[in-house]
Design a binder for this molecule. Structure first.
Ligand code: FE2
Length: 183
């Protein structure tokens, strides 16, 4: 019954990444105070790669479909809000109760966004984009997501000095966006 059996189908890959992000959010929510910083960085790394690759590879294909612009604009605005939230959170003490409250807010917003994305953008891909093109998009999506090398978490002693100046999140977004644009 699934219309996207091919493992390279972009919709399948995107849904798998939504599940990964959901499990990262659940792990972070359940983590003890001293384990949050590392899990926050893992979540940030996966979420940023997913969202940037969507913006570079997937949303342009959605904009080509009639009615796609409005969906792309709404979903990308939600992604930008999540990015701002992550940027606020990276400056906080991950062991604090305030951080814990922000995790709950972030989790609710990201899961709501993912559901909206599945019901609008992914449904549009399945309905209006032929399977062969979805497979091609899937291959480009994976390349874009993985184009930037993984760097150590920001608290590691060998973090490059540039990260300290820019903030680890901004540096990551920049790095992934640059690498993704060239795939
Ligand atoms: Fe997504």
């Amino acid at each position: 019954m699934a219309t996207y059996d091919n493992p390279d189908d972009v919709v399948r890959l995107l849904e798998e990444d939504h599940q990964l992000v959901q499990s990262r959010l659940e792990s972070l929510s359940a983590a003890p105070a001293d384990g949050r910083a590392e899990l926050f960085w893992k979540l940030t790394n996966d979420l940023v790669r997913h969202e940037v690759a969507e913006e570079v590879v997937v949303y342009p294909a959605i904009r080509d479909v009639p009615g796609g612009d409005a969906i792309a604009d709404a979903r990308i605005a939600e992604q930008s809000e999540a990015e701002e939230k992550l940027a606020q959170m990276e400056k906080m003490d991950a062991a604090s109760p305030e951080f814990s409250r922000e995790v709950a807010t972030l989790k609710a917003a990201v899961l709501e966004h993912a559901k909206a994305e599945e019901e609008t953008a992914f449904a549009m891909l399945l309905g209006a984009v032929p399977a062969e093109q979805r497979i091609e998009l899937g291959q480009r999506y994976v390349k874009a997501k993985d184009a930037a090398p993984t760097h150590p978490p920001p608290h590691a002693p060998d973090s490059p000095p540039g990260n300290v100046v820019m903030g680890p999140l901004a540096a990551l977004v920049d790095r992934v966006r640059d690498a993704a644009a060239n795939v």
